[in-house]
Ligand binder design. Structure first.
Ligand SMILES: [Zn+2]
Length: 434
């Protein structure tokens, strides 16, 4: 198989942007990275080359809610009022509509430089009376059509709230029992046969999954060597309900029902917005991952995460970013908001910094290596053996003029317009995003 030798004006090494770095790819992998490897077969002129951004948490269908659920005739809304608009959308979905919305979402992700997505998928049924699981294949087909790398996170969802049956639109989410769930996972496994597609296990949340089922799912994920995702402590009400029903917080449930069955490095908790500091410290110390969704958390009025206490874990690749409700697709803005939200709250600058004091480097690590770890992908860094997933940034874009090479990442994150994303590459396949 022929190899391709890439050379961009600047290449992100994981530490900084450097000139003269060459990257040799073959098939869907990076063969070598270094200087003076030969005459480049593909010169990426006026480009900066980065690992493709990894979107670790998405619900593609929620892309349709953009501009909906933003008026408040009855006074201020919340996550819970937004959820009603989401359920109304779910009830209106048929195969064509779901495909069109999902395809649009995945295309926009690629345009924003995201080469992989963890699709946390829980709308399973087009006909809730039949429990047909027909919606699963529709979303997989949309990702395949768009050409994005897909980690399909098949979601177990059984209760509308703790101990409550599913109602209305929620009936389309139903996974009646764990045996049925694994049957559908096996069915999907046969269909996800491309090198750009893989599967992960999800328990939606403590409010949607009874504890015995959560434990059974974690056990199955461990036995099958699969990764595990769950929504944790996005809302204070979720913590109160869990304490009320079980006498423990959702994060304590993760420790007791999930950690015994698989390596914490394979576990990702989404949000952790209101997690107790001690819980979060113990969780990260164990080696597990957190996925933050800054734009969604801002849009839904969720609150602030304890990001400064996650700095070291982020350096180790344990913090990822997801676009969640897909109110907007911009990994640059997701990164920017992570730091800006903390500046506004704490009245200081530099909340998200690495051990050398660099903000942009750590934010880029979160958007790339952190996401790759969360999704179990050999990606997130331009390194030998990794997947050939890249994003190429346009150095001639007006928003990057005067950007210093030494701290280019800060110029890119804080000042880069969405239009700086020039091309993306998924598994060695390049495409222009314009
Ligand atoms: Zn979510």
């Amino acid at each position: 198989m022929e190899s391709t030798l890439l050379e961009a004006d600047l290449t992100f090494t994981g530490k900084s942007f450097e000139e003269g770095i060459q990257v040799e790819t073959q098939g869907d992998r990076i063969l070598r990275v270094g200087r003076g490897l030969g005459e480049p077969s593909r010169r990426l002129k006026n480009r900066a080359l980065l690992p493709g951004f990894v979107n670790a948490h998405s619900h593609a269908f929620q892309r349709f809610l953009r501009g909906r659920g933003e008026t408040f005739p009855q006074g201020a809304g919340s996550f819970w009022t937004w959820r009603e608009a989401m359920y109304a959308l779910v009830e209106s979905l048929d195969a064509d509509r779901l495909f069109d919305i999902s395809l649009q979402a995945f295309k926009e992700m690629l345009q924003a430089g995201m080469t992989s997505v963890g699709e946390f998928h829980y709308v399973h049924h087009l006909d809730p009376e039949q429990l047909d699981f027909a919606a699963d294949g529709v979303v997989v087909a949309a990702a395949r059509e768009a050409g994005i790398r897909l980690v399909f996170l098949q979601t177990f969802y059984k209760t509308g709230a703790i101990g409550q049956p599913l109602q209305g639109g929620q009936r389309r989410f139903a996974t009646p029992d764990v045996e049925e769930y694994w049957r559908q996972v096996d069915h999907l496994q046969e269909r996800l046969d491309l090198p750009t597609e893989s599967l992960g296990v999800v328990g939606h949340s403590v409010r949607a999954v009874p504890l015995e089922d959560l434990e059974a799912l974690a056990k199955g994920a461990g036995e099958r060597g699969m990764l595990f995702h769950i929504h944790v402590e996005e809302q204070k009400q979720e913590i109160a309900s869990s304490l009320n029903a079980y006498g423990k917080r959702p994060m304590e449930v993760v420790f007791e029902k999930i950690f015994p069955y698989l390596s914490p490095s394979r576990v990702t908790s989404i949000h952790c917005t209101h997690s107790a500091k001690n819980d979060l410290a113990a969780y990260l110390e164990a080696g597990a991952n957190v996925c933050l969704c800054p734009l969604t958390e801002a849009n839904l009025g969720d609150g602030f995460s304890h990001l400064p206490s996650m700095k070291q874990a982020a350096s180790r690749g344990q913090v990822a970013i997801g676009t969640d409700s897909n109110v907007r697709f911009s990994m640059l803005e997701e990164m920017r908001l992570l730091e800006f939200a903390q500046r506004l709250r704490r009245e200081e600058r530099g909340a998200v910094r690495d051990e050398d004091g660099h903000i942009g480097r750590l934010l880029l690590r979160i958007a790339t290596a952190g996401g790759a770890r969360s999704l179990g992908l050999e990606a997130g860094a331009i390194a030998e053996g990794n997947l050939a997933d890249f994003v190429a940034v346009d150095l001639e874009h007006p928003s990057l003029i005067f950007a210093p090479k030494e701290t280019f990442e800060d110029a890119l994150i804080f000042g880069g317009a969405d239009g700086v994303i020039g091309e993306v590459c998924v598994g060695g396949q390049w495409s222009s995003v314009v």
